[in-house]
Design a protein around this ligand. Sequence first.
Ligand code: HEM
Ligand code: HEM
Ligand SMILES: [Fe+2]
Length: 462
Amino acid sequence: MRYKTQKIAYWFFAACMLLFTLQIIYGFIMGFARMGYDGLHEIIPFNTARAVHTNLLVVWMLSGFMGAAYYIIPEESERELWMPKLAVIQLVSLLLVGVTAVIGYHFNYWEGRKFLEIPRELDYLVVINVLTFLLVIFMTIWKGKRKTTTAMVLFFGLLAAALLYLPGMITFKNIVFDSFFRWWVVHLWVEGVWELIMGAMLSFLLIKLTGIDREVIEKWLYVIVGFTFLSGILGTGHHYYYTGAPGYWLMVGGVFSALEPLAFLGMAMYALSMAKKGGRKHPNRIALMWTLGCAVMSFVGAGFLGFAHTLPGVNIWTHGTLVTAMHGHLAFWGAYAMIILAMISYVLPEMTGRSLYKSWMAEWAFWTTNIGMIGMTGAFGVMGIAQVYMERKAGMDFLEVQESLEVHAVGLVLAACLMTAGVILFIRNFIAYGLPVDPTETGGSSGAAGSAAGAFASSKKS
Ligand code: HEM
Ligand code: HEM
Ligand SMILES: [Fe+2]
């Protein structure tokens, strides 16, 4: 860590850990409900738990992206953050809005639109919050010594994510229109602009961890941005099949969304080849494992499992079933959870001067969370495919089918326990690192933890 104000990222990451924990608790409430044990139904019905689970997910990821930006941008721009106090206010207000929204859901204070449940009044506060964040980031880049491709892609990804929040705030009386524009937020976030944020974080981590020249790594970033836009924008059409939108979307959505996995494949190939080429080994191996793991798992969860139900002939059967939940879990995990955990794994030693990446906890956290998540994906897959055949092919009653899936939910909860054990280890390690210290106390270089990392960092131009 080079700049004092980068420390603010720590608090955003700590918020991530807290909200992630809460998200998992609500996941378990649903897991047990799916097993047939819905004891909390009167206080937390399934739909409330689901909205809380998915909204907490989005808030912790936004908090992770913001923390990452507050760390990356000063380093890339070579200056302290502009008005760091605003960043603190912004974190506190983000948490206040998030927590108010989540409490409100328990009292039916919401809009009821999947992923965009936040009531309109709170939407305005979200907008103000994100504008404040973007202002701090923009001013830091503007006043900085250099404007790198990584910083620009990160900034434009974040700016576009903010702009794309707005179509979700238009009110329509017609549900077809409402759904049409809801996807501008949900789809164009995860299959568009969030990929830019992920690509920029990946590029930053690869520059730091592989020792390969920035020019080479950033050239690839352009290719990924190109692929993402080429396929992802018109790929939105895979949500317009049979919804009342014009019929040509069947063709457009099918063709372009089928190309989307290429962007993720590109990212995986690029990350793996950079790691292989980078001859020198950075001592923080675990951060590299999360980085490469992210590139590979995002291809599996988003690219491969997304493709599995993206063609109109398949989606007509699988739409809105647990097949979607199967893909949703591994995609969010592989692409966005893992890149944030990679960033945290890289940043903590830099901020605290301690090298706990060597601890067994760090390694076990990686493997148990990933194996657990793969198990959960498998369980959702089995449930989803069984659901499609029973409910849609054989025409069985919806609730009768749900009941017959309860037995498979046991597998889901068992796998979720494994994954949770890993998350507990990750958080224990996070806490063990302790609070961040000033750069002077960690040695002040960009690779401060341990002399090996320091030597690694100073031997390359980054
Ligand atoms: C990291 C990237 C991705 C994430 C986080 C993600 C996540 C999700 C989530 C949460 C949903 C459910 C949305 C809702 O019903 O409101 C969904 C739906 C869907 N995703 Fe993805 N996805 C990603 C990439 C992809 C890709 C690359 C493809 C195609 C190749 C794809 C294909 C689909 C399809 C077809 C649906 C609709 C399922 C249905 O009809 O119920 N996704 N995705
Ligand atoms: C570890 C404990 C977890 C459990 C037990 C769990 C369980 C569940 C359940 C039962 C659902 C509802 C599926 C349905 O409609 O019936 C759900 C939805 C969802 N969960 Fe989790 N989950 C967990 C962790 C996670 C994590 C770590 C992520 C992201 C990285 C995640 C992302 C999602 C998403 C995106 C949805 C909505 C899927 C859709 O739109 O179909 N969950 N989860
Ligand atoms: Fe999509």
